[in-house]
Design a protein around this ligand. Sequence first.
Ligand code: ATP
Ligand code: MG
Ligand code: MG
Ligand code: MG
Length: 467
Amino acid sequence: PAFSVADIRKTFLDFFASKGHTVVPSSSLVPGNDPTLMFTNSGMVQFKDVFLGTDKRPYVRATSVQACLRAGGKHNDLENVGYTARHHTFFEMLGNWSFGDYFKRESLKWAWELLTEVYKLPADRLLATVYQEDDEAYDIWTKEIGLPPERVIRIGDNKGGRYKSDNFWMMADTGPCGPCSEIFYDHGDHIPGGPPGSPDEDGDRFIEIWNNVFMQFDMAEDGSVKPLPAPCVDTGMGLERLAAILQHVHSNYEIDLFAALIKAASRETGEQDLNHKSLRVIADHIRATAFLVSDGVIPSNEGRGYVQRRIVRRAIRHGYKLGKKTPFFHKLVADLVKVMGEAYPKLREQEQRITEVLKTEEERFFETLANGMEILDITLANGVRVLPGDVAFKLHDTYGFPLDLTNDVCRERDVQVDEAGFKLAMEKQKAQARAAGKFKMDKALDYSGASNDFVGYDKLEATAKIV
Ligand code: ATP
Ligand code: MG
Ligand code: MG
Ligand code: MG
């Protein structure tokens, strides 16, 4: 029988516990006191200070299943959701760590042992990448583990930006970082895409499942690095990607947990095609937004709250596209609690509150959504290929359409958004408001409708680095 998501979590933790690791619970999506980071984007975040040497733990080996969010900040996958088989905003990362204890050899060998002997993945479907200059990792893969050299690929730090691959991992623009070695799974030649490091690596044939980072440096703002007090290991494997392989499906959205959420989204929207992209987006976004509320983030016009708002509204717009004209999204909270409440009791405890917060945001956005969509439709009629910046701004300012939502609609219709024009319009309004002497705002405090998304250019830049 195929591994369920719950089996996969348990098997992972048990394996590393048997190798002397302490099982540590998932931390909040809101990083405790780290201003460089919007959200917990990987398992290492709660250990950042341990790498830097400013925090000590009673253990030198740890393992966890960490709730992660990649929307906003350095790692942002919001625009990938609905377009690739492998990206979510919210996902769970299986990880193991060494704080100055073991290093490359143990890390890679255990990864291989777990994948091939415990989860029993076929070895001939696996590939590994190593950092360009990392002969040590290369030799471990080829000589000790026995991976054929043609399936071990050297990759640089992508400073030239030619391809997407990058084997130098950084949590954010500053902080702990180091070379890494990644494990990929070949889903088969019926799926388009090339191996890592090739020009068509962006396809979903070779899917990256596990990153082993050899943490060695602390990067400063100017890009200079100094060595960490001790070399460390930081690994992360996407639970949903591994589940897809073990459940013999290609897309993360076909695994057990998502099947339930997609069915629920289908029930609420009436869309019968379970492979419909919008159902996937809604299923993804209910996880992200519900977990965010459970960690104290409610929709607002700035910072984390604005990312939350963008995700909720994006989901609602997809429901609208499927014909929903009234609030539906919050009704999925109960379904989410059914599939994730056991692993994350805080969801169950806060079910009522999460439902209410999402419902309030939905009601607010439904007040302006239809009118905003009408403006978009009218503007884009007659084969217009570029949405003018001032229209995008008006949608943002008056109808509560975050820029990435407008982008999402336009992308579906093969239309570009004049983002420079959008920014210009925004700055113009800011200047006018300042001139009129009333830019003390706070429009954010004036909650007469969903129409006040203006948060100031600087804040938008900082919180909403859009595409
Ligand atoms: P990709 O290249 O596919 O975007 P990544 O290199 O950005 O992945 P890492 O930062 O190395 O990912 O994170 C470690 C692991 O977490 C990945 O190997 C993958 O299994 C998983 N992962 C990363 N991003 C996502 C996501 N958006 N959704 C689901 N799983 C993810
Ligand atoms: Mg990525
Ligand atoms: Mg990658
Ligand atoms: Mg990676």
